[in-house]
Design a protein around this ligand. Structure first.
Ligand code: THU
Length: 128
């Protein structure tokens, strides 16, 4: 799957962001190892701590449909700049991405690619 395609899914999902408090919309699209795509957006709440990031929204959708292994996650935001996943999302994705890549794209369409390992070395792990 081309990174550009995954990014286009993330951009579309960003349009559904519910972000009335921060005004910061985020979209994510993940590719499972089976080749399925799941998308997510950030969903904020008046009780701020209840907010769900776009990456975890996409991951939850995939996991709840039986897909627990991810190859790539593309992330875009309304800032127009590269938007790196927050610490909670890095840890959350590490559970389901043994060797995977995080793809970021700015509004010029320039892409940056990182291994998740690079973004969260020594992720907490209880399984191995
Ligand atoms: N946000 C995400 O969706 N993903 C991230 O990795 C960083 C932050 C959202 C949460 C909140 O709705 C808004 O961005 C501002 O923090």
């Amino acid at each position: 799957m081309e990174n550009e395609i995954l990014i286009s899914y993330a951009k579309k999902a960003m349009g559904n962001a519910y972000a009335p408090y921060s005004g910061f919309s985020v979209g994510a699209a993940l590719l499972t190892t089976e080749g399925e795509i799941f998308t997510g957006c950030n969903v904020e709440n008046a009780s701020f701590g209840a907010t769900i990031c776009a990456e975890r929204c996409a991951a939850m959708k995939a996991i709840s449909e039986g897909y627990t292994s991810f190859e790539k996650v593309a992330i875009v935001s309304s800032s127009g700049d590269y938007t790196y996943p927050c610490g909670i999302c890095r840890q959350f994705l590490a559970e389901f991405m043994e060797e995977g890549t995080i793809i970021l794209c700015n509004e010029e369409g320039t892409i940056k690619e990182y291994t998740l390992e690079k973004l969260i070395p020594y992720a907490f792990n209880l399984l191995t």
